[in-house]
Design a protein around this ligand. Structure first.
Ligand code: S3P
Length: 507
């Protein structure tokens, strides 16, 4: 027990329940929140650094479970990656086409981005054989979306359920260029094809129905790849065998992590939060447009471009939210924010409708189903349909026992809903947050404990910045147990806190 309002209970070595009891005399959120690095950009910086020539320096990397999975896989294939930390990570690239056949299975853990992007590299790596798997969630997620185009390029991939589910076996070989018309707007699909295209003579093109996040395109260009982008038809063409050279990558704060605080401050009366250094790439800012449609009070300050990505400080103040309808091309631009937007809608006047979001069913959990069942336990009027949700706001929320279903964004969304629910809410398997935001519950604890006082993260409560990770590969992707028998603290949610390496104060 670390706080009268937030406490954890260890179920076993891997899973913990978290209880949130908002203060009886009311809650206000105030101060500054320091975000962890952007997950999508962190994966790409590690991967592109690994296959480039020379040294890549990464500042601001997300030290979460997902980038750890990417680092582990690429170390196994010969890349030298220094221990992950938020300050500075050094990647010694091995050069395009030089991935080493790993002696053991590659484990992408919970990370769809790791497995799907990596498949582009593996399928095109001549004369090498790979087996790749993931955790319970990842092994249920569809891989045909990347295997279909890779097979059109000539790839040899086998897996369960007609080669659609991991574990997957890949015989790397020379592929051929195609123009792929993707049926879905997915940055993972687009990136996988472009990465395979790096090792193919000529031009490989992918066209998507609406634009998905473009971090791969921006970063590949910075590393020296030749890309042609046709914005009017959402198509990208890559020319094979570029000279890729290691770069300095500065990772901005993750707007998908900022979303939790944007909604928290919007629904807790009297709140005001400043969130510095948020990545505001236009392919990711659907959340800001959606909250603006809902009458949220959010302003951008200090806008600039850092290492090819637009960045701004965001200031959010409490505001009575109104319902809105979200559909069409905005959906891929806020795809990861639908769970927290469902929470925002529960506090908005009127009925919010979210459509064209069937992709949510194949994320880390079936996010439409899980948000509908878990929020309705708290008294939210929410209906799930095939490709979306309908939420009528304004009903008072009450505490409940809810479950993250091991999905990081569900765990954090439910925690924000619990701030405004009467009584003590328990979130099962809340440790899932460490996939993208290891210090989330520490920051939440600080904001609740300060209750309206403006203080920014203190060193003990901040995003832990280092990990001690050997160059060789641990067999399991799970956080290591400390063997500690004493009562858990909030820090136990963060596996990096259980490691010995000394931590430097960054801020
Ligand atoms: C990601 C792309 C998105 C997103 C995921 C990260 C990426 O998936 O949901 O969390 O880094 O490319 P899709 O683009 O496949 O929908």
């Amino acid at each position: 027990m670390t706080s009268s309002v937030l406490s954890t209970k260890k179920k076993d070595d891997k899973t913990q329940n978290l209880s949130i009891h908002p203060p009886k005399n009311g809650l206000t959120l105030a101060g500054k929140v320091i975000l962890p690095g952007d997950k999508s950009i962190s994966h790409r910086a590690l991967m592109f650094g690994a296959i480039a020539e020379g040294e890549t320096i990464i500042e601001g990397l997300l030290v979460g479970e997902d980038p750890r999975s990417t680092a582990r896989c690429f170390r196994q294939m010969g890349a030298k990656i220094s221990p992950l930390n938020k300050n500075r990570v050094v990647v010694q690239g091995i050069g395009l086409g030089n991935l080493r056949e790993p002696k053991n299975i590659l484990n992408a853990g919970n990370s769809g981005t790791t497995i799907r992007l990596m498949l582009g590299f593996l399928a095109s790596q001549k004369d090498s054989f790979f087996v790749v798997t993931g955790d319970d969630s990842l092994r249920t997620r569809p891989m045909s979306r990347v295997i279909t185009p890779l097979e059109q390029m000539g790839a040899s991939i086998w897996g369960r359920k007609n080669s659609s589910l991991a574990p997957l076996a890949v015989q790397g070989k020379q592929l051929k260029a195609i123009h792929y018309l993707s049926p879905i707007a997915s940055a993972q699909v687009k990136s996988c094809i472009l990465l395979a295209g790096l090792m193919i003579e000529g031009k490989t093109t992918v066209t998507e129905p609406t634009l998905s996040r473009d971090h791969s395109e921006r970063m590949l260009k910075a590393f020296g790849a030749e890309l042609e982008i046709n914005k009017s038809i959402n198509s990208v063409t890559i020319t094979g065998y570029p000279k890729l050279t290691g770069q300095k990558v500065v990772v901005p704060g993750d707007i998908s992590s900022a979303a939790f605080w944007l909604v928290a401050a919007s629904i807790v009366p009297g709140s005001e939060l400043l969130i510095p250094n948020v990545g505001v790439n236009p392919t990711r800012t659907g959340i800001l447009e959606a909250l603006e449609m809902m009458s949220a009070d959010i302003s951008r300050e200090n806008e600039q471009t850092i290492a090819g990505e637009p960045v701004a400080d965001l200031r959010v103040k409490y505001s009575q939210l109104k319902s809105c309808t979200l559909e069409g091309s905005i959906i891929p631009r806020l795809i990861d924010e639908v769970p927290i937007l469902a929470v925002a809608a529960a506090f908005a006047t009127g009925t919010t409708i979210i459509k064209d979001a069937a992709e949510l069913r194949v994320k880390e959990s079936d996010r439409l189903n899980v948000m509908a069942t878990e929020l309705s336990k708290m008294g939210v009027k929410i209906t799930e349909f095939a490709d979306g949700l309908e939420i009528t706001g304004g009903e008072p929320l009450h505490a409940a026992e809810v479950d993250s279903f091991t999905d990081h964004r569900i765990a954090m969304s439910l925690a924000i809903a619990a701030l405004m629910a009467k009584g003590e809410t328990t979130i099962e398997r809340a440790e899932a947050a460490s996939v993208s935001y290891p210090s989330f519950f520490d920051t939440l604890n600080r904001l609740i404990s300060n209750n309206g006082e403006e203080r920014e993260d203190t060193p003990a409560q901040k995003e832990p910045i280092s990990e001690s990770q050997p160059e060789s590969q641990p067999e399991s992707n799970l956080p290591e147990s400390t063997g500690e028998e004493s009562a858990p603290t909030l820090g136990d949610f963060n596996p990096a806190n259980n490691e010995d390496e000394s931590k430097t104060d960054l801020w």
